[in-house]
Design a protein around this ligand. Sequence first.
Ligand code: GLC
Length: 455
Amino acid sequence: MKITTLLITAVMAMPPIATSAPESPAERDARMAWWRQARFGMFVHWGLYSGLAGSWNDKMVADSGGLEWIQKLVGADTHTYAAQAIPKFQPKPGFATEWARLAKQAGCQYVVFTTKHHEGFSLHDSKLSQYDAGDLLNRDLVREITDALHAEGLKVGFYHSVIDWHHPQYDFTKSKQLPYPDGGAKLATNPRDHTRYVDFLHGQVGELISNYGKVDILWWDYSSEDFQGDSAWRASDLMKTVRAKHPSVIMNNRLFRIPEAGFSGMGTDDVTNQMDPKYGDFVTPEQHIPDVGLPGVDWESCMTMNTSWGYNAHDQKWKNSKQIIQNLVDIASKGGNFLLNIGPKGDGSIPEESVTCMTEVGRWMDTNAESIRETTASNVGKLNFDGRITTKGKIHYLHIFSRPEGGTITLPIQATKASLLAGGQSVQLKSTPSQTTIQLPAELPDPVATVIRLE
Ligand code: GLC
């Protein structure tokens, strides 16, 4: 071979040189495509708090609210907390397969789970910490979970808390707005070197993105107005490192708390539809669904099934599957994603109420997923019936929650064909170029949400 041919061959075999050119809107759309199409994911909060199950010294702490915060609620320092919580955290073999199968069955296409929550306990086998599943249980729970998710063909999301109530150098004094357990604060004497904590944070994230195959989502949690972004977490670097390893990764905006990153304050409702992509890919309204969605940005409402993210045996305020399905429909009709939480117990088993609910959602999705996945926000305008509309190209999916008196629905669009999505039976319609009237069957076949496919 001639030298020039050799050279050309060698150059062609070289990996493309990484450029720092900003992502084009088309590249971004391609990267976000699967996530936008999925519409529905499962969230999992699981850590040492799960074993405590809402009790401290065998007494109930609260019957509502986020009990993954139990260490803060009882004001325990990390040693006292760990001593009580560790013996109660005993994952049974095969727990992760149960999670993955439930998510799949429910119609979720991705799962985001806590690799470390605010308590600071790492679910992976970390070389950088002894407060981790590797040291305490001789297991790598992140591996067990990611393997189980991959086996079901689900996308993998890592929730990771940047707040840390365990690490001795995490400097809680730098923020008045981020929580820290009183007992921990009282014990701390040294001035803390927060840069060492940030090195640790970057190191652990480095382990997570290197050792478990493809990471599809990084779900950061969280920052405050007085402590956020580059000064708090070296956030831009952190995101860059993750992207370098996983170019198609999708990340939320919670390393920041500024208006340019979709925040308007410290409340869980304080989200806006303003976001510069350099701060993340999507906005995260928590425990609520924005009235008209968040047009112009990608967003995901995350929600609990009772009132706690982490398992609380005392919380009986369960939503039923009807509410959950209607929430999913509502969110899809506004162009968002739904991240629905389960809080497994200390042995990894899923509370029965959640299993029942997810199974019922799955049954609905089995026949109706077409009206959720790959749809976009409805552009039909204000509706005069109890329900929601999702859109896919020239098809509108009408989700009827309750039958209006007389059973007719009029929409300001022209349609030529209407049929029940479940079963395909046709539905009577009258149409003019500017409106369509549909005559619903005498009884709605699905009391939760009957879907009509309108062409
Ligand atoms: C909050 C809470 C937390 C929960 C999360 C879910 O930031 O601190 O406990 O993990 O939101 O969105």
